[in-house]
Design a binder for this molecule. Sequence first.
Ligand code: UDP
Length: 199
Amino acid sequence: MSRIKFMNTEIDNLTMTEALDAIDDLIAANKNAYVVTPNVDHIIQLERGGEIVDVYKHADLILCDGKPLIWISKWYGTPIREKISGSDLFPLLCERAAKKGYKMFFLGAAEGVAARAAKNLEARYPGLDVCGIYSPPYGFENDEVEMEKITKMIKDAAPQILIVGLGAPKQEKFIYHNRERLGVPVSLGLGASLDFEAG
Ligand code: UDP
């Protein structure tokens, strides 16, 4: 089993390639799975408690995003094998999606950013199908009409992979609360990765 206990969470102790394979398996299983990528900030948020604890408890894949956690894991005697940051994972996931024919939806970042990221990634990985993008307005999470619009948009686009870039813990909470009604095989909260790929 790849999952190890680490500080106040668990980590799937995988290499990048194994993580991509695990995401393939989650897509095949088609059970509204989601991936979290803990870094030091998430560990602190988990320490404070609240909903993020439930989000982590039910995560299907927990990937280590951060060198400090790798160093700490060595001191603990349970070394984490590889740093799998969201921003490293994101382009590799797009490459795999292009190869396998998975559709992707990009939610989050400022107006125009996700569109630029999609354009860059589709140019780099021929065959990549970004089937939808949306930059939600400020405070959308408290607006039921807007939430209805967003979830319908994603559901209708029917991606296999949903990338949510809303910052932590907003992105994780969005996925956790809406995964049943979205029906997306795998969702990932990837912070500022859309910004990085937009250039
Ligand atoms: N973001 C957003 N809506 C929000 C809050 C944040 O679209 O209500 C976006 C922001 O534009 C950025 C991304 O979330 O693209 C990640 O933000 P941040 O760097 O704070 O997240 P982190 O990577 O530190 O989790």
